[in-house]
Design a protein around this ligand. Structure first.
Ligand SMILES: *Cc1c(COP(=O)(O)O)cnc(C)c1O
Length: 412
């Protein structure tokens, strides 16, 4: 029995997260299934950003470093992101970008494992993670190198006395597969290596328990499920037990013990502050501050429950599209699924473009995956039903064959 649109409306009426929808700006007539790539704008954010621009910058000027808490912002925001990661305060800072933060934590992790030289990562990882791992390995010298796994299942064979660090994404950006963080972290640490998790596609989509599972390091971004806007600052997590010994090479003045003493030599500050490098991007941080006000009212267990229900519904509704060559790539098993559904189709690119033309926004990842992200705070069951219906119509009518849908933009 396929779920009907009426049943979806009933699910919406009983949805405990439904009131959050009013917190977001949702363009009229659009079903947005790309919040895993760029989250939508919170309604309260323009006012917050305006206040920082016009008041804190425009009027208070330089005084805002102290009076508006600008200087402490990477820490105060880090402490507010920490609960989303299952982390106690003092281990998270908000700064820079995911790639830059990954550079810092990978270098620190390698430094904590002298005599070991291999970084293990998944071949299918988000490529920037691999580029950064290769860059860090090359700079570290001493024969350090990054080796690629076909999947995390190979860890059992590949972990060894030379493995310094394992870097994995908690949720795969293409397939939406969710890895078993507790088991993999234990496995990696049992081999004497350190575990770095990239949680870009997990934070704000499901509960994450870094402290409880003894994770060593983590990085992630705030512009996907956390709705903080394009290019908003990322975060990094370093377990308390590593903070005294961990050193990172981007030794800028914000990580210095006394930045305003302007000493000629670098002396890292004690604690997580040593992972900072530069002046924070205050405007991006203002947007994060604003979206965190929403996240602080959210029960992540409810988010996870609805996320699973939405992805399950979408999978159920698109399964019959197998007759048009659509294959569900995302794991059907709940424990192995993040908050997106990836569908394989040889003409995925024009199909997604035709769908966007109908007001249903998903995206495409080469070579043949259509990606649909499900954001429980602002998506309804009815929208999921309508999106699946539109996809069926695009395939049935073959309108994706129209020439306009085959032209590629720079960002897919
Ligand atoms: C989105 C994403 C990034 C983004 O990196 P930036 O440096 O912030 O542009 C990195 N890694 C993964 C796994 C991602 O999903």
């Amino acid at each position: 029995m396929t779920t009907t649109r009426e049943e979806c409306a009933a699910l919406d009426a009983a949805d405990p997260l439904a009131p959050f929808r009013a917190e977001f700006v949702l363009p009229e007539g659009l079903i947005y299934l790309d919040g895993n790539s760029l989250g939508v704008l919170p309604a309260r954010t323009p006012e917050r950003v305006r206040q920082v621009v016009e008041q804190e910058w425009g009027q208070q000027l330089i005084r805002s470093w102290n009076e508006a808490g600008w200087f402490a912002k990477p820490h105060t925001l880090g402490a507010r992101v920490a609960p989303l990661l299952g982390a106690a305060a003092g281990q998270v800072v908000v700064c820079d970008t995911t790639s830059v933060n990954l550079f810092k934590v990978l270098a620190a992790a390698l430094g904590l494992r002298p005599g070991r030289s291999t970084v293990l990562a998944e071949r299918a990882a988000f490529p920037t993670d691999l580029y950064i791992a290769e860059g860090v390995s090359a700079l570290a010298g001493g024969g350090a190198r990054t080796e690629l796994l076909d999947s995390a299942d190979q860890l059992a064979d590949r972990l060894g006395p030379d493995t310094a660090v394992v870097l994995l994404s908690l949720v795969d950006y293409r397939t939406g597969e969710l890895l078993d963080l507790p088991a993999i972290t234990r496995q990696v640490q049992a081999a004497g290596a350190l575990m770095v998790w990239d949680v870009c596609h997990a934070v704000g989509a499901l509960p994450i328990e870094l402290d409880a599972n003894g994770v060593d390091f983590a990085v992630g971004c705030t512009y996907k499920y956390l709705n903080s806007g394009p290019g908003s600052p990322a975060f990094l997590y370093v377990a308390e037990r590593h903070l005294a010994a961990a050193e990172q090479p981007l030794s800028g003045w914000f990580g210095h013990a006394k930045p305003f003493d302007f000493e000629p030599g670098y002396r890292p500050v004690d604690g997580i502050g040593r992972f900072l490098t530069s002046s924070p991007s205050l405007l991006g941080q203002a947007a994060l501050e604003s979206s965190l006000e929403i996240w602080e009212q959210v029960d992540l267990a409810e988010v996870r429950a609805k996320s699973l229900a939405l992805t399950e519904l979408f999978i159920e509704l698109v399964d019959p599209l197998a007759k048009y060559g659509v294959e569900v790539v995302t794991p059907r098993e709940r424990a192995r699924r993040g908050s997106q559904v990836a569908l394989r189709h040889p003409d995925g690119y024009p199909v997604v473009q035709a769908l966007i033309a109908r007001g249903v926004v998903g995206d495409f990842r080469a070579p043949d995956l259509m990606r649909f992200g499900f954001t429980p705070l602002y998506l309804s069951y009815t929208e999921v039903w309508d999106a699946a219906r539109q996809l069926a119509e695009v395939l049935e009518s073959e309108e994706w064959r129209e020439e306009q849908f085959g032209r590629r933009g720079e960002v897919t």
